[in-house]
Design a protein around this ligand. Structure first.
Ligand SMILES: [Zn+2]
Length: 317
């Protein structure tokens, strides 16, 4: 009897941790990636699906879920649904309406929108509107801020996760990120080197598959100095997204690594940990700092530095 109970328990615990998700929108083309720099020192802590300038396209439940909250606003998320599953909570934002499996849900949105006192209203719901994975929950739109697209967040235990790193949500992407510029700061002086230009130097080695860049005897700086790289990644569309991970090596020893697969909710307005705010331009170039932005660790030894920089996207390109 006891053995039986233990067996059942371990099976359900296993199921809980291995919830396989589906994309809430198809085709899954990304116009904004997780962890991108946004003005105001913010991280974009969701994934944006391209809806090709159209509204009213079906949005699906990424797992077996229920609606825990509806959000209605003239700004920000616009019309948004908060869903809960066994393992995650999800937010689907900028919706056109809540047309889907439940007509009542759309009536509720309409009523709250008409009755809301200011620009924004939220309503926590009891367990009433439940969905099987893949059932239609709403329709895409452009409510709140931005052009037509679907914004999708996945959270768990206080963290927001890169949806592309969750089970079932990998996308086809074989384009490696681009390295554009190298930024060197010495005190108040900053120098920008276009990597495409100094790549021609004989002593530089470039591995295009992994976008590895080696910098040898190219740049002369007096100490101390800080390094940043200007980079972006495409995910099957023309949009320039941020990169997933980057590394700095000195003489083949890794001295800095930064990876953005999840962000704690208390860190959402600490994008300075990843990005150089003065140099990053959303949608064009994301300037990533190659040092701990809190400690401001500098390279200050007076010697010849041999650096290698690697950048990766979520698909490992
Ligand atoms: Zn978004």
């Amino acid at each position: 009897m006891i053995a039986n109970f233990l067996f059942l328990y371990s099976i359900s615990a296993f199921a809980l941790h291995c919830e396989t998700l589906i994309h809430p929108f198809s085709p899954a083309m990304v116009s904004g990636s997780f962890g991108e720099y946004r003005p105001g020192n913010r991280y974009h802590h969701g994934l944006d699906y391209k809806t090709y300038n159209r509204n009213g396209l079906p949005v699906f439940s990424p797992a077996d879920t229920y609606v825990s909250r509806i959000h209605v606003s003239d700004t920000g998320y616009g019309y948004a649904l908060y869903l809960s599953s066994n393992s995650y909570y999800f937010i689907l934002a900028h919706l056109n309406d809540f047309q889907g499996k439940y007509q009542d849900l759309e009536h509720l949105r309409y009523a709250v929108d008409k009755l809301k006192p200011g620009k924004t209203a939220s309503l926590t719901l009891p367990y009433r509107f439940s969905f099987k994975q893949g059932e239609q929950v709403a329709r895409t739109g452009e409510s709140g801020i931005g052009p037509p697209h679907l914004h999708f967040e996945a959270g768990k235990d206080g963290f927001f996760y890169d949806p592309l790193s969750l089970p079932g949500l990998k996308i086809d992407d074989d384009e490696a990120p681009e390295l554009l510029n190298l930024y060197i700061e010495e005190g108040s002086l900053h120098t920008i080197y276009q990597l495409s230009e100094i790549r021609t130097n004989e002593s530089d080695k470039i591995n295009l598959r992994k976008r590895t860049f080696e910098l040898k005897n190219v740049v002369n700086v007096s100490s101390p100095f800080l390094l940043s790289i200007g980079t972006f990644d495409r995910m099957g569309t023309k949009n320039r997204n941020s990169v997933f991970m980057y590394r700095l090596y000195e003489d083949d020893k890794m001295i800095y690594e930064h990876k953005l697969d999840k962000i704690h909710s208390s860190d959402l307005i600490r994008a300075f940990r990843t990005y150089h705010q003065a140099f990053s331009i959303m949608g064009r170039e994301y300037v990533c700092v190659l040092y701990s932005s809190e400690k401001k660790v500098m390279h200050d030894e007076k010697k010849v530095h041999n650096f290698r920089i690697e950048v990766y996207d979520a698909a490992g390109n």
